[in-house]
Design a protein around this ligand. Structure first.
Ligand SMILES: Cc1cc2nc3c(=O)[nH]c(=O)nc-3n(C[C@H](O)[C@H](O)[C@H](O)COP(=O)(O)OP(=O)(O)OC[C@H]3O[C@@H](n4cnc5c(N)ncnc54)[C@H](O)[C@@H]3O)c2cc1C
Length: 366
């Protein structure tokens, strides 16, 4: 412990990160009767599941969809009191490449069938948080250092240290490796694998525009488009349940905007919407832009150029380092890595592993 820091102890596990993986871990451990502290760097829960209120509902600046084959998420929703609705797919899609005007396709090959959260994807995080015992979660607590050893782990923030039997890293492994100091150092294969594990969607800009009405639907368009004539590549309808708020969103590679101010990105988004959907797109009620590559608590400041998805679900993430340090972000999931479903699956695995090792230890102590 660093001299002068407040120190607290007594938890079975400290979970680092209150995204979907961390909250799932904390929830599952508490349901298994374990004591948990969850430390979150941001002033909000949800991580890459981030929604903002718009009219009676919300728009998603990070994750949006889940799919029919994702069983964990679907089994969670009723117990959390969360509703879902179908992604709107009706109408024609647009394809915009060389022709002066976007080409109207017959139907919509861009959108597959998917589900959305009635109150936005972040509502999953809020509902999981509401289920935690009071005092479990502490916001605005960036973890800076972790010591782990035979008898447990100590997690340090700028002004406090927290000791527990186990620590669960519910942050992307490459971010953890870059931003947190580990003592002892992570074993070489774990460190190398973590550095090479790209943050899913960590190099993406997402922009959302809301409108007073869904003029594209009135014109028989779905709102979806693939474009090669501007920085934004992929467009989708993002209207709320029953159509309110009316909204469109798009993704762009963050590399297209390096160093550009956010209002320039918003302008480029609006210009592209006008080119695709006409003059009515020029007057949105609001535009929200998130460049996930600039988010300190999502993407490392200097990601390894060789990082990719080939390490997703790597076996090193399944085992606790030194029997004490567990991995739980979506990138570490055996299935659906990258998705919300993967975050839940990885969180459940980490909770099972902590409980199993903890039980073994208790039996050994008898
Ligand atoms: C633009 C975008 C669109 C997406 N669309 C979809 C989609 O449609 N469907 C889908 O299934 N998935 C989608 N995803 C992926 C989905 O968001 C992720 O799979 C999921 O949210 C990851 O959860 P996680 O808990 O593993 O990680 P995160 O959400 O990244 O959570 C990590 C948490 O750790 C915190 N943290 C970081 N560093 C520290 C530290 N030092 N100390 C303490 N806390 C720290 C962070 O603030 C964060 O809250 C999308 C992602 C993005 C960015």
């Amino acid at each position: 412990m660093t001299a002068g820091k407040a120190s607290e102890h007594g938890w079975d596990a400290v979970v680092v990160g209150a995204g979907i993986a961390g909250l799932t871990t904390a929830d599952a451990l508490q349901q298994a009767g374990r004591s948990v502290l969850c430390l979150e760097a941001r002033g909000r829960v949800g991580g890459r599941a981030h929604s903002v209120a718009e009219g009676p509902h919300a728009v998603d600046l990070g994750a949006t969809w889940f799919w029919d084959n994702e069983a964990l998420i679907q089994s969670l929703l009723p117990g959390l009191g969360l509703g879902a609705f179908r992604q709107s797919t009706a109408g024609d899609a647009l394809f915009d490449a060389q022709d002066p005007n976007p080409q109207r396709l017959d139907g919509n090959p861009v959108d597959g069938p998917a589900w959305r959260f009635s109150e936005g994807a972040q509502s999953l995080a809020s509902a999981l948080t509401a289920r935690l015992a009071p005092g479990t979660l502490r916001l605005s607590q960036p973890v800076l250092a972790i010591r782990y050893g035979q008898h447990g782990a100590t997690v340090e923030t700028a002004d406090a240290s927290f000791s527990a039997g186990h620590v669960v890293m519910a942050v992307p492994p490459s971010l953890a490796e870059a931003a947190i100091s580990f003592t002892p150092e992570l074993p070489h294969p774990v460190r190398e694998t973590a550095v090479g594990t790209a943050v899913w969607m960590g190099n993406i800009v997402k922009a959302v525009a809301t409108y007073s009405s869904a003029f594209w639907l009135e014109a028989g368009l779905s709102g979806s488009a693939i474009s090669y004539r501007g920085p934004f590549r992929e467009f989708h309808d993002h209207s709320g349940p029953s159509g309110s708020p009316a909204a469109l969103f798009a993704f762009a590679p963050a590399a297209r905007f390096q160093g550009e101010p956010m209002d320039r990105i918003a302008e480029a988004f609006r210009d592209q919407l006008v080119h695709l959907f006409g003059e009515e797109a020029a007057t949105p009620q609001s535009i929200h832009v998130t460049d996930w590559s600039r988010e300190e608590y999502t993407t490392p400041a200097a990601p390894s150029p060789g990082a990719g998805t080939y390490n997703y679900g790597h076996p090193v993430f399944r085992e606790a380092v030194g029997g004490r340090l567990h991995w739980a972000s979506t990138e570490t999931a055996d299935e659906f890595a990258g998705h919300l479903e993967g975050a839940i699956s990885a969180g459940l695995r980490a909770a099972r592993n902590v409980a199993r090792l903890d039980e073994k230890e208790q039996l050994g102590a008898k």
